[in-house]
Design a protein around this ligand. Structure first.
Ligand SMILES: Nc1ncnc2c1ncn2[C@@H]1O[C@H](COP(=O)(O)OP(=O)(O)OP(=O)(O)O)[C@@H](O)[C@H]1O
Length: 574
């Protein structure tokens, strides 16, 4: 399991720093340019202030031309530096996105297949697309805004401090008050956000319930009740949003007010008149600009937080252990494949063991069925047979070779699987069937589909085998299952792991699937996860699992005659 990194305290900064490391130089150069631009932005104001101050003090204009020149030069310098900063951070961002997406893609191809079974595709999409996108905002924009917000006031304060060391502190007062109020408004934003999501979810499900079940609701005369639930959820949502707004708005409004340039101006004028009337003009000209950039900080802080959360997510995914792929052994299964579990132990989380020493041999060309109550470990045994995970103790061997010693690309030439959760790629039907043998001639594809009892149905699709699945048509569960059987037939692996479908399909489809499966298992070493005992009576070996241990094994007749747990299950099922 991937641990959510950085959801507590400040450790989020760490993954972010680590992810940004490759583009650090460019990013820092960009931020340096931005800092220069912020200083250049203050310069004309400082020059104007100085001009006024010296004119008032009686300095002749002829001696003040250098100040005008400085102000005029600062403007284009600022423009050039801004462009340079933005270019550098965008270049850094470009490199970062490319390298991160490459790293993620490489990492994903090396994750154990079991990881994909345990995580939905949304997790992958979020990291590769949304999270990398959130980093773009941070790297290309938010850090620049943050730099201006920090450097511009500092530069202004530094100039003002040369005139009067105390007055810059006065300018800080309204800003500090504004920030404190902002903090107050945002204090429990995390808890509120969760409440907000809960209220939205409640409203969403009430809406879905109302519209989804509208026919039933009407037919049973329950319109009033369903409608009431919907309006109640909407009212609760409205109350929550209004309550939040009521409690946050005053603090936010005061914060904005305190940090507005006008308030700073007023405070400066007041302080200037009271303490240092001669220097009031520069403070008014330069000081009032101090709070402007700070108002933008709120947004860039939010973007920075989002970037940190995204970095933690990406780092979490990148930290998921890869499946070691260092083996260089080869194995020959031409004369049949024997799969052997010896003293296999397994734990998903490194703490709770779910298989406690499995010894099991699948003789070449035989069918072995795994039966047992839910949670007994059937899927786990099957997953280890296909190296979806690595065993934590013992070994799984194919014709004597440990699966870990085989290169992963070799492994799946010997071991194929048909899983319950059939996933079709968004490509042509033929492409989907060819997954395990991309160069298979079309006749072979057709032959596999024919054996899987799906050929005629596929021919009847709008563009036959060229029809793109998920775009032009979506197959029914039973049809998709038969396409996955055709896929396995074409891949023609000597070992086959089958997760017998539990999804209900119509009897005709069910019969077709059973026919297709019979064609598939013929001559292969097969391991079936059996969910219904009726389908295993003919298999060569039945293995009964209970709480991660094998409790019985034998043929159906032997096990029924033995009168043990299997016999009882059989009696119960009959
Ligand atoms: N991805 C996972 N992470 C952690 N524990 C898991 C995971 N998958 C299964 N388990 C645990 O391993 C044990 C064996 O589960 P497994 O799915 O192999 O049983 P099963 O016999 O196939 O059950 P079912 O018939 O319900 O599919 C159970 O205790 C289960 O909770």
């Amino acid at each position: 399991m991937t641990k959510p990194i950085g959801r507590t305290g400040h450790p989020e900064v760490k993954p972010l720093r680590a992810l940004l490391a490759p583009v650090r130089g460019r990013l820092l150069a960009g931020l340096a340019c931005q800092a220069g631009a912020a200083i250049a932005g203050i310069t004309p104001f400082a020059a104007a202030a100085e001009l006024c101050r010296r004119l008032l003090a009686g300095t002749p204009m002829s001696a003040l031309w250098p100040l005008v020149v400085i102000a005029l030069v600062a403007l284009p310098v600022r423009a050039v530096l801004l462009v340079a900063a933005s270019t550098l951070t965008h270049l850094a961002d470009n490199d970062l996105q490319l390298s991160l997406r490459r790293r993620l893609a490489r990492h994903l191809t090396r994750l154990p297949l079991g990881w994909f079974a345990a995580h939905d595709s949304g997790r992958v999409k979020r990291a590769v697309s949304d999270d990398v996108g959130a980093l773009h905002h941070l790297v290309a924009h938010a850090l620049l805004d943050l730099t201006t917000a920090i450097v511009a006031p500092l530069a202004a304060a530094a100039y003002l401090a040369t005139l009067d060391p105390w007055l810059p502190l006065v300018t800080v007062l309204p800003i500090a008050a504004g920030m404190a109020l902002h903090r107050k408004a945002m204090r429990d934003v995390g808890a509120r956000m969760r409440e907000y999501q809960a209220a939205t979810a409640a409203l969403d499900s009430a809406v879905v319930e109302f519209f989804d079940g509208i026919a039933e609701v009407k037919a049973f005369g329950q319109t009033g009740r369903a409608h009431r639930r919907f309006t109640e959820a909407a009212a609760r949502y409205g109350e929550f949003v209004a309550g939040w707004a009521r409690s946050v708005t005053p603090a936010m409004a005061w914060s904005q007010f305190a940090m507005s340039p006008l308030v700073t101006l007023f405070v400066l004028l007041l302080a200037g008149v009271l303490f240092s009337p001669a220097d009031t003009i520069p403070f008014v000209i330069v000081g009032a600009g101090l709070s402007g950039p700070l108002l933008a900080v709120g947004y860039s802080i939010q973007d920075t937080r989002a970037g940190q959360a995204a970095a933690a997510d990406i780092a979490g995914l990148l930290a998921t252990p890869e499946l070691p792929d260092t083996g260089a052994a080869t194995v020959d299964t031409g004369g049949g494949a024997r799969l052997e579990f010896s003293a296999v132990r397994f734990s998903y989380d490194g703490e709770t063991e779910v298989l406690h020493g499995i010894d099991l041999t699948l003789e070449p060309g035989t069918v072995t069925a795994l039966v047992g109550p839910s949670g007994s470990g059937k899927s786990t045994v099957a997953a280890l047979a296909a190296r979806f995970h690595d065993v934590t103790g013992g070994a799984v061997r194919l014709n004597g070779t440990d699966l870990r010693d085989l290169p992963v690309s070799q492994l799946y030439r010997h071991i194929g699987f048909v899983l319950q959760d059939v996933r079709m790629l968004r490509t042509s039907v033929a492409g989907n069937i060819r997954l395990g043998r991309p160069d298979a001639p079309l006749e072979d594809v057709h032959a596999a589909a024919r054996a899987a009892r799906i050929h005629d149905r596929l021919l009847a699709l709008p563009r036959g085998y060229d029809t793109v699945l998920g775009e032009e048509v979506t197959l029914s569960t039973g049809e998709a299952q038969r396409v996955s059987i055709a896929r396995a037939l074409l891949a023609d692996t000597p070992v086959l792991i089958l997760d017998e479908a539990t999804a209900s399909v119509d009897p005709e489809s069910e019969a077709a699937i059973q026919d297709a499966l019979s064609a598939l298992v013929a001559g292969r070493t097969t391991l079936v996860i059996a969910h219904r005992l009726a389908t295993v009576t003919e298999v060569d070996q039945i293995v009964v699992l209970d709480q991660g241990r094998i409790t019985e094994r034998g043929t159906h007749d032997q096990l029924v005659a033995a009168g043990g747990g299997y016999a009882r299950m059989w009696e119960y099922a009959a």
